[in-house]
Design a protein around this ligand. Structure first.
Ligand SMILES: [Zn+2]
Length: 349
């Protein structure tokens, strides 16, 4: 049995599950997102190249992926540190940092931020979406990929001794590519060896979450210890949502703070507002899924930091929790979503 059994693994070492406190289960503190750059609309080229200024903020909020500088969250370590100190003050305890290979994971920075702020930070093992896979990754067998992921959890990743405490976010596109399928199978095999938490980024299609879970299941993964991210841009129909929920994964609403009219990555999507997200949580609770819900902001660009007029890492604690309570969700259920469910998920078997 690995030494991680019964514990949570942070970038500073193992902790008792009760030490976590309120936990955001899907955030990024340093990463780059150039892989997802979207060309600006005709006529917007000037805005896309201009420095970030107050008068451009609304454009930036609606077109975050067309502004190159905005995709470089790794340039904002000081601002992120300030945010984490505010997050602690607001009652936050822990953050799962989902940056994986392909979008510039930086474990020494995560360790430094954890030391300087007192926030428990849990890092992610494995690989992001196919467009970020190297030729070397694409050629690897499932066994080789499994060995690498296991090593990132047991011994440390990226040539450091800093260990990952979850596998993911594991990136998948739609349709899921061959290379992504291998990574999913490797994820399931590593999870079988380690008894660790897993988190998946689905492709932008309503069938994507279910398909990713099926591949994990067939490879022996523990779905009850797996999180499906980004449901707020994936499944809208309540009946389809309940069908997916029956598969048994955690259901994560992790784009709190994101309110856009035209979702740049999929114009067919009507992105939920925060109010609709809270309504969806209340619906899932009524349907009996309060033990399965997790929430976060998935901050991955500069414009969502308070430094750039964004909502920051404390938005859920400061604004969403009061809204949940005023919409019939009890304090006990809020605590489940923010404390108990993350704890259950993050504790190694
Ligand atoms: Zn993410």
């Amino acid at each position: 049995m690995p030494e991680q059994s019964g514990k949570v693994q942070t970038v500073l070492g193992l902790i008792e599950p009760n030490q976590l406190g309120r936990t955001m289960t899907h955030e990024h503190l340093t990463m780059t997102f150039e892989c997802s750059h979207v060309s600006p609309a005709p006529g917007d080229e000037g805005l896309a190249a201009a420095p970030i200024e107050m008068k451009h903020l609304h454009w930036l909020q609606q077109n975050p992926y067309s502004h190159h500088e905005n995709l470089l969250l790794n340039q904002e370590i000081e601002a992120v540190k300030e945010e984490l100190l505010c997050y602690r003050k607001a009652g936050g305890g822990s953050i799962v940092e989902n940056t994986t290979t392909g979008i510039n994971r930086n474990l020494p920075v995560l360790r430094q931020l954890a030391k300087e702020t007192g926030v428990h930070i849990i890092a992610g093992a494995g690989y992001y979406v196919d467009v970020t896979h190297s030729d070397e990754t694409r050629k690897m067998t499932v066994e080789k990929l499994t060995d690498i992921i296991v090593n990132e959890v047991l011994h440390g990743a990226d040539g450091t001794d800093i260990r990952c405490g979850v596998i993911g976010e594991i990136g998948t596109s739609w349709p899921i590519t061959e290379s992504e399928k291998k990574v999913l199978r490797a994820t399931a095999h590593a999870q079988t060896q380690l008894g660790c938490p897993v988190i998946i980024h689905p492709g932008r299609n309503k069938a994507a979450p279910g398909e990713a879970i099926r591949i994990l299941q067939e490879a022996g993964g523990d779905i009850s210890k797996t999180v499906m991210s980004h449901l707020d841009r994936s499944i809208y129909d309540p009946r389809e949502l309940l069908e997916f929920a029956k598969m048994g994964s955690y259901l994560e609403y992790d784009l709190f703070g994101t309110e856009v009219v035209n979702y740049q990555f999929n114009l067919d999507v009507d992105m939920l507002s925060d109010s609709q997200r809270v309504q969806t949580l209340a619906f899932l609770i009524r349907e009996g899924y309060e033990d399965r819900i997790l929430i976060a902001h998935d901050i991955h660009t500069k414009h969502r930091l308070t430094k750039y007029g964004g909502h920051g890492f404390s938005h859920i604690l400061k604004n969403i929790v009061p809204k949940m309570l005023s919409r019939g969700i009890t304090q006990n259920q809020v605590d489940k979503i923010l404390i108990e469910n993350p704890k259950q998920w993050l504790t190694f078997k």
